[in-house]
Design a protein around this ligand. Sequence first.
Ligand code: HEC
Length: 259
Amino acid sequence: MKWVATFVLSMMSSLALAAGGPSYPLESIETDYNDTASLQRGMATYKHYCMGCHSLEYQRYERTARDLGIDPDVMVEAIVPSGKKIGDLGTIAMPSEGAAAWFGAPPPDLTLVARKRSPDWVYTYMKTFYVDPSRPLGVNNKVFAKVGMPHVLEPLQGVQRTVCKEAPIRVDGQVQTDPISGQPMTENQCGILEVVEGTGQLTEAEYDQLIYDLVNFLEYVGEPSKAQSHDIGIYVLLFLLVFFVFAYLLKREYWKDVH
Ligand code: HEC
């Protein structure tokens, strides 16, 4: 019977492998379309650190400027690449075949990435690059295993490594507490992310804010009319309310003599 158990166990472990094992818990954020300052900062970060490789092909600079309250002249000066016009789409010059050969995979267009993956995923992705000498670019990622993108924000975040240390025990993302003392239970765990002190230009809180703004911007770009649809929705409801009053009065008028 021993072979049956071995067989079942090996089937289970290969199933677990196929499913990618337990997935890394995503950090959750609340994006905000109305925080124009955050969206503007996110756009600036995108321009400096991402646009070299990733296009925003479905969005025109003009639209972004209008939605984010940016003067068109400032937009042209600060964001629109030279040789392009404000009415152009956010295409980039990098040829995708060449890029695929350099990185192993072409950098995808990011207009819809926050909708495809979710803002939480993109946020966690940008925070979980870590040093991995076995990878061609020397880095790996917790939510995107064997990623082909370099950690372009490493000078800001600092060099992040995985270490083994005492850390709170989590089940489904929830920290487990000792039922008697009420203290969080910890155990020695490996694979914990830690930034090497003094290697990044930003503090952890500043880096989190930078990534939040960036993801907020990407979420906006994925659905630029969401803020407007919200406003229109409110007008539609108000209209229906007013319409209902008149419809009701009219109904009363018609049925007055029927009884
Ligand atoms: C040097 C080129 C380069 C730069 C700069 C760059 N990336 Fe990437 N990025 C890539 C490549 C290549 C991939 C594809 C990785 C793969 O498929 O393994 C990628 C993938 C991604 C993905 C995953 C997309 C998906 O759904 O699969 C996201 C999100 C992303 N990049 C965000 C960013 C952001 C945000 C910035 C700016 C802070 C940025 N990237 C800067 C090259 C780059």
